[in-house]
Design a binder for this molecule. Structure first.
Ligand code: SAM
Length: 191
């Protein structure tokens, strides 16, 4: 997705407030414009940022936005759904993956539908949490001790997301609301 949203700004703000240690390793999965990874690179002291994205042109936008702020960023052109491992261990893993249900397409505004690649937005109605499930499996292997996983979520799936985190044996899960009091963000840990 190349148009950053207000909910995403709230997620990034939450991460900045929650993480004050310098030199953290951070991965942004599905980086799109790079709005999450680049902002964290600028706001978290001495953080090392990796951006992972399946779409080449979108990853170019991540890189361009990083360069615009003289930020060094590692860019990985990968399909997260096909990965068994990530290249490193992270203090923070964050993702705003596709989460709009296919049947919700008809309710979306033309400015979004006409200008965003559909694979950046939509998930099959029958498997709405597929990205979260995959990223939770990777996080279990690739979060450092006390590492934190952050997701932006579809407001419909707060409870399902808590259940999914429990199934993945997270030791701590926090569901957060946006300014409109909708369930929009999750933070999870494994120890
Ligand atoms: C909802 S957009 C979020 C973009 C950006 N992080 C933001 O918050 O505005 C989801 C992003 O995930 C990427 N994506 C979709 N499927 C992916 C996959 N299988 N592996 C990696 N990235 C993927 C899309 O290309 C898109 O850039």
């Amino acid at each position: 997705m190349l148009i950053p949203r207000q909910e995403t700004e709230e997620l990034v703000n939450e991460i900045i407030l929650d993480n004050k240690n310098p030199g953290m390793d951070v991965i942004d999965i599905g980086s799109g414009s790079g709005c999450i990874g680049v902002t964290l690179g600028l706001e978290l002291s001495m953080a090392r940022i990796t951006a992972l994205e399946v779409d080449g042109p979108a990853l170019d936008v991540t890189l361009k936005n990083a360069q615009r702020y003289q930020l060094e960023i590692e860019c990985l052109l990968e399909d997260v759904l096909q990965l068994e491992r990530l290249p490193s261990q992270y203090d923070i893993m964050v993702s705003n993956p596709p989460y709009v249900l296919e049947h919700e397409q008809s309710k979306m505004k033309p400015n979004v539908l006409d200008h965003e690649p559909h694979k950046a937005l939509f998930v099959p109605d029958g498997d709405p949490l597929l990205y979260y499930n995959k990223i939770l499996s990777l996080a279990r292997k690739h979060l450092k001790p006390k590492g934190k996983l952050y997701f932006e979520i579809n407001e419909k799936f707060g409870n399902e997301m808590i259940r999914l985190c429990d199934e993945h044996q997270c030791s701590y899960v926090r569901l957060m609301q946006d300014l409109n009091r909708k369930d929009r963000m999750i933070m999870a840990m494994f120890d």
